[in-house]
Design a protein around this ligand. Structure first.
Ligand SMILES: *Cc1c(COP(=O)(O)O)cnc(C)c1O
Length: 412
């Protein structure tokens, strides 16, 4: 599909590029003319309609009163935090989750006023910023409660806080067996309001749920302790995407979903939601075609030698864009067929064998990740190439690949 047909914003980019000569000058060039420059022939497409569809599928699947916290950290796993956050909120998500203060401030700058929960622990110096910009923090220890409490008091505010419980992940959080005194400390701090209690699964998406169930039992122990003391907690949450899919007993009040709304499953074995599909596609156009003779090699290191006449397409994207630095492994899709990668992946280019696709031409569109015709290269396929997981693949596509948003709603 030609993207000019589906994105009016793209069409206007192209017109601008054609009707006006580029006046690229000095430091302003990248910023000022970015939208008018001809787009690089390698890019990432984000289908906002599919994203919306995924959120609707998730909403239909979940119990009506279960709230969604949309995790949009690391640019929503490379999809663009602003667009994903806005779509999530339009589709009924009530909270957003981020990792860093900078990420949260960037969304506030974009006018997003929804409740934002910063996952992980904060340095004391970050608390004043969080309070000023209404960013909700997690606390894991007495010192954190004291510092946040003091900052809030100084600002003349009462701020909501979520207490993080370590039930077995052993990263952030107060050990479950020591959680009650910390919650009591929060309740006794006048400038703080206990809003949430959370934990995080170390393994929720595998067939064996033993460790997740142990974590859940520990979390329940804390919650029962709080209930027995008459401490009300509005937002109890422990589920990520895997927990949401496979552990309905662990849903509580809120689930924190990052990867699932993007149409990618946290693992190969977790429950499937019919209709859910990936939001991201990575594409490039054929930038050169070489006809090799037997004995010719391709690229750095001469890792591929043609056994006979071969037609090779060069795609202008490489490990500098986040494609794994593999050799003689992987594929691109061209004309709905798999073209095997030959030779090594360079920083800015990779090469595929198109001998079996004679109709392939210069500047044809190739898919590096995603669907073309009836073929698909999944994030999982690429994860296998780099011996990693889909999360890593999604977040690895570098910022120099332009993001093209399909089916964008009118501004706002
Ligand atoms: C990243 C993250 C999530 C989201 O996990 P997914 O598997 O992408 O749904 C949830 N909770 C915490 C604390 C996280 O850091």
């Amino acid at each position: 599909m030609n993207i000019l047909e589906v994105s009016s914003r793209e069409a206007s980019f192209q017109e601008a590029a054609v009707s006006r000569p580029p006046e690229v000058s000095g430091a302003v060039a990248g910023r000022r003319y970015a939208s008018e420059l001809p787009r690089r022939p390698a890019w990432v497409e984000i289908d906002l309609r599919q994203l919306e569809r995924n959120f609707r599928i998730i909403s239909r699947d979940k119990p009506g009163d279960l709230r969604i916290l949309s995790v949009v950290k690391d640019e929503a796993y490379g999809h663009g935090a602003e667009c994903v956050a806005k779509t999530a909120l339009q589709c009924g998500a009530q909270l957003l989750g981020l990792s860093t203060l900078e990420e949260a401030l960037a969304l506030r700058e974009k006018g997003i006023t929804a409740r934002i929960l910063l996952l992980g622990d904060r340095q004391e110096s970050e608390f004043p910023w969080c309070i000023a910009r209404n960013l909700t923090c997690c606390v894991s220890d007495a010192q954190g409660v004291e510092q946040l409490g003091r900052c809030a008091a100084r600002a003349g505010r009462r701020v909501p806080v979520h207490v993080k419980i370590n039930t077995g992940m052993n990263r952030y959080g107060v050990r479950w067996s020591e959680a009650l005194p910390l919650v009591e400390q929060v309740c006794e701090t006048k400038s703080l309001v206990l809003e949430g209690v959370l934990s995080h699964f170390a393994q929720s998406d595998e067939v064996d749920k033993a460790s997740a169930l142990l974590q859940l039992a520990r979390f329940n122990e804390v919650l029962h302790g709080l209930a027995a003391r008459g401490v009300p907690v509005k937002a109890r949450h422990i589920c990520n995407s895997g927990g949401f899919l496979d552990l309905p007993r662990a849903h509580f009040d809120v689930v924190r979903l990052g990867i699932l709304p993007l149409g990618v499953y946290p693992s190969a074995v977790c429950r499937r939601l019919p209709g859910l599909a990936p939001v991201m596609t990575v594409k490039a156009r054929v930038a050169a075609i070489q006809c090799l003779q037997a004995g010719d090699s391709v690229g750095y290191g001469m890792h591929y030698t043609a056994p006979g006449p071969r037609r090779i397409a060069v795609l202008p994207l490489g490990y500098g864009d986040g494609f794994p630095r593999v050799r003689n492994q992987g594929w691109a899709l061209l004309h709905g067929r798999r073209a095997p990668l030959v030779g090594g992946v360079a920083m800015d280019a990779l090469t595929v064998d198109i001998s079996a696709i004679p109709e392939a031409r210069l500047w044809d569109e190739a898919v590096l990740m995603g669907r073309q015709g009836s073929e698909e290269i999944s994030a999982r396929d690429i994860a296998k190439l780099k011996n990693s997981v889909c999360y890593d693949v999604l977040t690895s596509w570098r910022a120099r690949l332009p993001r093209v948003y399909l089916n964008e709603k009118s501004a706002g």
